[in-house]
Design a protein around this ligand. Structure first.
Ligand code: AGP
Length: 627
């Protein structure tokens, strides 16, 4: 789960690498480092902690070379410290690594017995030793890496530089992503495309078990047998998005406030506002990824419709917040399309020998498109006779490329480790997908479509209204932070929102929080309730509202302090609650999206009041590329 980058070309490598690491910091932020050519030597600077610590260290250092590598780390082997930070350097060879070398203990023993001086606790340094040893013999970086690879077990990617061949980098991928950008007399290798598109739109996505020898002028890709692979670069249209806070104190708060615009962007693609109609268009089921990206007109929906009409079962597989979005999808798709839906944690799905009947649609949801468990589940599904569809925020990410159909969240770069706008954009897209499937299956009639499309059209402006609770939570947080714990409850489609609210509070405020189906409270969790426990109830107006209110009466009778998220004008909820946050009147499916905003704000402000780093909470990384 680290971020790696390499650059060679006329620009200042320090700037390119540091800017690239800023884009990649979501992949880990416990230490960072660079190694850049200077007077023919790979000069290395590393620092424990966030990237800004490295930045301070190198501010006044100049490098006169034009090649370098950089790394931002999420520790697996060895504590987060300067000693364990990358790049590793052994006898003129420097290396950055993302992933895990599983046989590191054997390699370590072997190297120690040969007298190697090992200076860190990492598995990564051992690879640098092995490559350096091979380089002494072959004097060729590509050959050295090729020689070492068969000795390494595990899923990992590396980028290697050598002082004795200062005109090239060698990159290898098996697992964690690596993208190579080919510019005009310059090349960039990175863990994702964002650090690259600022310089070039021509990219090569390395596949597993491919090695690339990268010079300023060319990129040559080989398989493990050493055979050259002919590949043209893919021309992408994505542009670089600068991660800036635009006056907000944190990226997370900025991203919470960006949600109306993000949702608007996500749904605009699929709505004909004048006709009040949903058009899913061509999701690319019949094309390869490269063909789909190159296709200008994605409006020809015939094949997509044919495939979707035949869908008899839907599986949604994802992790964390994306999994909760999947649970919302289950309620929507089953209600509108009357197709059975199963939602599962990717980490469980892949190990339970799942049965995937023919005519199943296998949906993955992933903001990053790189989550290891979700990717493994997708690969498993792709081996059987099902159609896969990804809902991703990062076009060209591994999950996007390996899926047969594609829907994009269009939420824009999400920097805060806690997912916000990607979640609400996904919920809006699941509304669209569920309704469209319902239409194709003849379960949603024109009147219902018009009514629900109107709901979606109003969603962005209603989200704006709900954002005004920002003020409330900025003040209430001082009291809320003193509760001993939080229970989030909801029924129906609001139950996953309760789960998401609890996850947000856990990951940001490090407080005990649990999400529960409101009707389940009496089966155990009600024992937790006393007056030091806050209960956040998501209970907007819908068919289950009255039932949730009854559950709340039980909570209230036991002293629980209730914070309600309901619909405006709802008297009963107001009477029961310490605070009522009312949402504008909307469709049941839209209420669920509106309810997300208050739970995000609550977590943000409580974490902030506790003095936590909300953008980069402890122990987490935004993209989890290890199992
Ligand atoms: C969300 O706030 C979390 N940081 C985390 O649960 C995340 O949603 C999960 O790791 C899945 O990530 P993905 O959407 O990039 O696959």
């Amino acid at each position: 789960m680290c971020g790696i980058i390499g650059y060679q070309g006329e620009r200042n490598p320090k700037e390119v690498i540091i800017n690239g690491l800023k884009c990649l910091e979501y992949r880990g932020y416990d230490s960072a480092g660079i190694a850049i050519l200077n007077d023919g030597k790979l000069k290395r600077v590393r620092a424990e902690g966030k990237l800004e610590n490295l930045n301070k260290k190198i501010e006044n250092i100049d490098f006169n070379g034009h090649l370098g590598i950089g790394h931002t780390r999420w520790a697996t082997h060895g504590a987060p410290s300067e000693m364990n930070a990358h790049p590793h350097y052994v006898d003129g060879v420097s290396l950055v690594h993302n992933g895990i070398i599983e046989n590191y203990m054997d390699l370590r023993d072997e190297l120690l017995s040969c007298g190697a001086k090992i200076t860190s606790e990492t598995d990564s340094e051992l690879v640098a030793h092995l490559v350096a040893r091979e380089f002494q013999i072959s004097k060729d970086l590509l050959k050295s890496v090729q020689k070492v690879l068969p000795r390494l077990e595990g899923a990992f990617s590396i980028v290697v530089a050598s002082e004795d061949q200062p005109d090239r980098l060698v990159a290898f991928k098996n697992g964690p992503p690596l993208v190579i950008g080919q510019g005009d007399g310059e090349t960039v290798v990175a863990s994702d495309i964002q650090p690259i598109v600022a310089y070039t739109k021509k990219v090569f996505y390395l596949e597993d078990f491919e090695i690339a020898e990268v010079t300023r002028e060319k990129v040559e890709i080989y398989n493990l047998k050493g055979e050259k692979i002919d590949r043209m670069p893919l021309e992408v249209s994505w542009s670089s998005e600068k991660a800036e806070k635009h006056g907000f104190p944190h990226f997370m708060l900025k991203e919470i406030f960006e949600q109306p615009a993000a949702v608007q962007r996500a749904i605009a693609e699929y709505l004909d506002i004048e006709k009040k109609e949903i058009q899913l268009g061509d999701l690319g089921f019949s094309d390869t990824f490269d063909q789909y990206i190159a296709k200008a007109n994605k409006k020809n929906a015939i094949e997509t419709d044919e495939i979707l009409k035949n869908v008899e079962r839907v599986f949604i597989v994802a992790c964390g917040t994306s999994y909760y979005a999947g649970l919302v999808g289950e309620y929507l798709i089953e209600k509108w399309a009357r197709v059975p839906v199963e939602v599962e944690f990717a980490s469980e799905f892949r190990y339970r020998h799942p049965v995937l009947p023919k005519n199943s649609l296998f949906i993955t949801i992933s903001q990053s498109g790189e989550t290891a468990d979700t990717l493994a589940a997708l690969r498993l599904a792709n081996e059987s006779d099902v159609t896969s569809l990804s809902i991703c925020n990062v076009p060209g990410s591994t999950i996007d490329r390996e899926s047969t159909g594609h829907i994009y969240m269009s939420a824009g770069v999400e920097v805060g480790v806690a997912s916000t706008k990607a979640f609400t954009s996904t919920l809006a897209l699941l509304n669209i997908f569920g309704l469209y499937l319902g239409k194709l299956k003849g379960e949603v009639d024109r009147d219902e479509e018009v009514r629900l499309v109107e709901g979606l059209i109003h969603l962005p402006s209603q989200m704006e209204q709900v954002l005004s609770y920002d003020k409330f939570f900025s003040q209430a947080a001082e009291t809320l932070k003193n509760f001993k714990g939080f229970l989030y409850i909801g029924r129906g489609v609001n139950f996953p929102i309760a789960l998401e609210g609890a996850l947000k509070l856990k990951e940001l405020a490090y407080m005990h929080a649990e999400g529960y189906a409101a009707g389940e409270m009496k089966h155990g969790p009600i024992a937790l309730i006393d007056n030091r426990m806050a209960i956040v109830v998501v209970a907007p107006d819908d068919d289950l509202y009255e039932k949730t209110v009854s559950n709340l009466e039980e909570v209230r009778a036991r002293g629980g302090q209730i914070i309600s998220i309901g619909t405006e004008g709802n008297k009963k909820l107001k009477e029961l609650s310490l605070h009522l946050l009312s949402l504008p009147k909307s469709e049941w499916s839209i209420n669920a999206i509106l309810s997300v905003v208050p739970v995000q704000l609550l977590a943000y402000y409580v974490a902030n009041a506790l003095g936590h780093d909300v953008d980069q909470p402890r122990n987490l990384a935004k993209s989890v590329t290890v199992e």
